[in-house]
Design a binder for this molecule. Structure first.
Ligand SMILES: Nc1ncnc2c1ncn2[C@@H]1O[C@H](COP(=O)(O)OP(=O)(O)OP(=O)(O)O)[C@@H](O)[C@H]1O
Ligand SMILES: O=P(O)(O)OC[C@H]1O[C@H](OP(=O)(O)OP(=O)(O)O)[C@H](O)[C@@H]1O
Ligand SMILES: [Mg+2]
Length: 283
């Protein structure tokens, strides 16, 4: 039985649960217990505050964990990164009052910086040769310059709207972060075998993300040109239609290039284009 530590509530929770669900790991969510066993896969899920996840995995209390890269770097616990999960993307940045001119990193010399990430900040300042005072607070970091608690801040930025509403500007991006699957370094062979199956499932879910299954009716005399614009996995499936001179073309498209390709297909006379989501994809 593998034990995976996940965030009990917060920014990582929903996408973590969605990833487990799409990997067909069934959890009884009716009772709000801290430890829940899957009914169809040898895994149990331990719900924690994200701060506690790196240590729980490093010490082997849990075998795996899903945690933000920022939190993992901050805690400096000895666990390994197994897979980058691509959600909860954000960055850790230095920000300062927006009306003051920023001449470069030297501005921070002798200043007081408020943050919830003192370890990452201290490492960055040391590497950059800047001496600044670090003031640790656990939340509402962005208000600290406005109330005279600090000169600047070091915190999570995503859209930047929290900075704007506190009259701050982002001046240095120190690290980028996303959710990580981390693992204990001394897993038994039995546990490694379960992890392999879990990764196989997660990879199938991740590969299918951003991909669409596309079906269309195509005039036979334009078939070669239509196939030429389709990037498909191997080559598209082509099936005859009852109506003379037409066929049905099936393929998989990357969502990012979708509109560009569909435009070209319509230009070549494709009709009745259907677009379906793909649940899993094994290459
Ligand atoms: N605005 C955001 N956009 C994208 N990702 C974010 C954002 N804020 C936080 N994250 C990511 O999600 C993680 C969890 O954020 P959350 O705010 O839920 O943490 P928390 O308040 O420390 O939760 P906990 O109660 O578990 O300690 C962060 O460590 C970061 O990796
Ligand atoms: O750049 P933005 O899109 O504004 O996001 C950044 C903000 O998001 C997070 O806070 P959250 O919204 O989770 O609130 P909290 O700090 O009160 O938990 C983070 O601590 C920042 O304050
Ligand atoms: Mg936390």
């Amino acid at each position: 039985m593998l034990r995976i530590a996940v965030q009990a509530k917060g920014r990582l929770f929903e996408e973590t649960m969605a990833l487990l669900e799409e990997s067909d790991i069934k959890l009884s969510t009716t009772k709000r217990t801290l430890l829940v066993q899957s009914s169809n896969f040898p895994i149990e899920v331990l719900f924690l505050r994200d701060d506690d996840i790196p240590q729980t995995v490093a010490t082997g209390v849990a075998d795996l964990g899903i945690v933000g890269e920022n939190e993992f770097m901050e805690k400096e616990e000895d666990a390994e990164i197994i897979k980058r999960l691509g959600f909860s993307k954000c960055r850790l940045s230095l920000a300062m009052p927006k009306d003051i001119e920023y001449p470069g990193l030297s501005w921070f010399e002798g200043k007081k910086i408020a943050t919830s990430y003192p370890v990452i900040l201290r490492n960055f300042l040391k590497k950059s040769g800047v001496n600044a005072e670090i003031h640790v607070i656990t939340g509402s970091v962005e208000v600290s310059p406005g109330i005279g608690l600090a000169d600047a801040i070091f915190d999570i930025v995503s859209s930047g709207s929290t900075l704007v509403s506190n009259r701050l500007k982002e001046v240095e991006v120190v690290m980028k972060s996303e959710a990580l699957l981390i693992g204990n370094k001394n897993m038994s062979d039995e546990k490694k075998a379960v992890l392999k199956e879990l990764l196989f499932r997660m990879n199938a879910v991740k590969t299918a993300e951003d991909k669409k299954y596309v079906l269309m009716n195509a005039p036979k005399d334009k078939l070669e040109e239509i196939i030429a614009v389709l990037p498909g996995m191997k080559s598209p499936t082509v099936m005859p239609l009852a109506q003379e001179g037409w066929c049905s073309v099936h393929t998989v498209l990357d969502e990012k290039r979708f509109w560009e390709i569909i435009g070209k297909l319509k230009g070549l006379g494709a009709e009745g284009i259907l677009v379906l989501p793909i649940e899993k994809m094994i290459l």
